[in-house]
Design a protein around this ligand. Structure first.
Ligand code: SF4
Ligand code: SF4
Length: 403
């Protein structure tokens, strides 16, 4: 995760709030470094692969045709929460599919709260009526990330395979706001929507989003099928990062924070831009980036549990060869504490074993070798370089031509 606002302004709206809520923090710079200690990860939990939409880039092939498909039962899910609480997990993010289709979501949220775990929701927003927004609030769910893949109904609805998802997702922001639930925009940027980025940020501000979180496309699920056609070029990535930097610089961090996800190398662009601008917060931003030990949280600060209880290093790593256990066989806490699992070792130890451009790159200490899922999916070798990287060994990035 590339925390643009935190680096530029020293704080972010949601990450700061979540951290302080959990730890009774004082809001100092050190408070914001990373709110989940290694080995007590934030859990991205796909409660279901059922979904009312059928998005072209869905990373776990969720959709209306899916049934419950051997999902964890309520009893299994409650026992899992007990185990997560015992090991001190700070935050569970309920995701899907569409997590609001899971009938027992309020029971699970309530149980997590009782056990002292914060909860958040990742949703397409289309099922959030005023009543559901009230339930989110009453269930103690602290944040809802709502997907928006275009600034126009035409673009968003095409991505989402729906005729009215845009209107309903926009309405969800209003319902959440009225109920007092913080929410933010989650966008996956591709060839088909990157031209709408400025308008999308305007829209996010207009609808009261506290967070603008940009995901790059990862080849997982239906994202594999669409990858070649939709993935952005290095220049487009560079332009996007430059635009985000400018917008984050000009935006009050109390109103909205900016982040990018799934391309740890984005931090190199950010620090270079701050250096060029003689940013007052540069030293502290470098400290923040260094504290993240490479930026990718998979296998350390983040874990994923799928709808059937299989555990992976992150939600985009849902492939049999990246599976590290099942909570149906043994508790998550035992799966996570393995010290010699070959997949966890790649994510936890990282740089010494990487090859290609990553193996010979001056920036590896900052980015940790990019995204291992992309390396594996696109080359068949988890140790290969991240093919999406816009940073080249021989010409250090040039984010500066786009002011
Ligand atoms: S492995 Fe890739 S997709 Fe997963 S958290 Fe790291 S950068 Fe993101
Ligand atoms: S080539 Fe690899 S190590 Fe270098 S910046 Fe890109 S992802 Fe990071």
């Amino acid at each position: 995760m590339n925390r643009i606002t935190q680096c530029l302004h020293g704080k972010g709206t949601i990450s700061g709030m979540m951290h302080q809520k959990k730890n009774g923090g004082n809001g100092s710079r050190g408070e914001y470094l990373a709110y989940a200690a290694e080995y007590r990860p934030v859990i991205f939990w796909n409660l279901t692969t059922r979904c009312n939409l059928n998005c072209i880039h869905c990373y776990n092939r969720s959709g209306p045709a899916n049934g419950t498909n051997n999902e964890l039962t309520t009893e299994e899910a409650l026992a899992l929460i007990d185990d997560l609480a015992k090991m001190g997990v700070p935050l569970i993010l309920f995701t899907g599919g569409e997590p609001l289709l899971r009938e027992d979501i309020w029971t699970l949220a309530d149980h997590a709260r009782t056990k002292g775990i914060m909860t958040a929701l990742s949703t397409n927003g289309t099922l959030i009526t005023p009543g559901v927004a009230e339930q989110i609030k009453a269930g103690g769910i602290g944040y809802a990330g709502i997907s928006l893949d275009g600034a126009t109904a035409e673009t968003h609805n095409r991505f989402r395979g729906s005729s009215d998802a845009f209107e309903r997702s926009i309405a969800a922001f209003a319902h959440c706001r009225e109920a007092g639930v913080r929410c933010g925009v989650r966008v996956t940027l591709t060839k088909e929507n990157h031209a709408e980025l400025p308008a999308l940020i305007d829209l996010a501000e207009e609808i009261g989003a506290s967070r603008f979180c940009l995901y790059w496309l990862v080849p997982s699920g239906r994202g594999i099928d669409a990858y070649t056609q939709l993935q952005l070029s290095g220049d487009e990535v560079n332009d996007t990062l430059t635009h985000l930097y400018r917008r984050a610089e000009a935006t009050d961090p109390k109103k909205m924070e900016f982040l990018t996800v799934d391309s740890p190398q984005d931090a190199i662009h950010l620090l270079a831009a701050m250096k060029r601008d003689n940013a007052a917060d540069l030293a502290e931003a470098e400290e923040l980036v260094a504290s993240l030990k490479g930026g990718c949280s998979a296998g350390t600060r983040v874990a994923n549990i799928d709808h059937q209880g299989y555990v992976y290093p992150c939600q985009f790593a849902q492939a049999e060869e990246l599976r590290i256990g099942s909570v149906r066989d043994r508790p998550f806490s035992q799966i996570w504490e393995q010290t010699n699992h070959p997949v966890l070792s790649v994510f936890r130890e990282r740089s010494p074993v990487f090859t290609g451009r990553c193996g010979d790159c001056q920036h590896i200490a900052l980015c940790g070798g990019g995204c291992r899922v992309r390396a594996l999916r696109l080359s068949g070798d988890i140790h290969a370089d991240d093919p999406f990287c816009f940073v080249y060994r021989d010409h250090v990035i040039s984010p500066f031509n786009h002011r």
